[in-house]
Design a protein around this ligand. Structure first.
Ligand code: AMP
Length: 223
């Protein structure tokens, strides 16, 4: 499966992408997570990414496209991948198509998780993330077993800097200006799959799997 997961901040991309990666037995590639690790490790990439992320802006396309190119050329991605948070601009989408078409491959689908703005603010305000392994929690719908501690590794949970209210507002403006056109890009390729992201984690997951399986059955019928 070669899938990209699109959606506004807080749409549940990371949560769903990680479960889809398990289901399809392929790597979960998150550009946001890769940037956060680079920031934590204070690499050159991290320093550059931090300048943009902390202001609610996107990391420039040339850096992001190169990062994804290198990642999906690694051996584990040859069987497929679930790309989470990429592409966020039309040039990134075109860049991905170019990388794949050079290998004679193409995307299976682009999944868009739809969410109302009210729900986005509610979710991001309550999101907590592990400082060590990056696991996501939500104080209402996915609380940690012990307050403030990661279930997986026991490290402290924090609110992401870019989940502060003013930064959320900026990220939403950026999303509408730069990322929404990506939906049209995939619609024109008949690759766009829209799923309502407002239900519980499991109901959204089931809806995604149903949609993807129906789609792949239809694709097989055409061959
Ligand atoms: P995420 O964890 O996907 O919400 O990403 C966190 C932040 O990382 C975003 O708000 C962007 O600033 C940056 N980022 C992640 N993916 C991309 C991308 N594909 N293009 C540009 N910036 C990105």
């Amino acid at each position: 499966m070669r899938l990209v997961v699109l959606g506004a901040p807080g749409a549940g991309k990371g949560t769903q992408a990680s479960q889809l990666a398990e289901y399809y037995n392929c790597p979960h590639v998150s550009t946001g997570e890769t940037f956060r690790k680079a920031i934590q490790n204070q690499t050159e990439l991290g320093k550059e990414a931090d300048r943009h992320i902390s202001q609610g802006r996107l990391v420039p396309d040339d850096i992001t496209i190169e990062l994804v190119k290198q990642r999906i050329e690694e051996p584990d991605c040859q069987i497929g991948f679930i790309l989470d948070g990429y592409p966020r601009t039309v040039p990134q989408a075109a860049g991905l198509d170019e990388i794949l078409s050079k290998k004679g491959l193409s995307l299976d689908a682009a999944l868009h998780l739809e969410l109302s703005e009210k729900e986005i603010f509610r979710r991001l305000g309550n999101r907590r993330v592990c400082t060590k392994c990056g696991a996501n929690y939500h104080l209402d719908s996915l609380p940690p077993k012990h307050p403030g501690k990661c279930d997986r590794c026991g490290s402290p949970l924090v609110q992401r800097d870019d989940d502060q209210i003013d930064t959320i507002k900026k990220r939403l403006i950026v999303y509408h200006q730069q990322t929404r056109p990506v939906l049209d890009y995939y619609e024109k390729q008949s690759k766009l799959l829209v799923v309502n992201g407002e239900g519980s984690i499991s109901s959204v997951y089931n809806a995604i799997i149903n949609n993807l399986e129906t789609r792949s059955l239809r694709a097989n019928d055409c061959h």
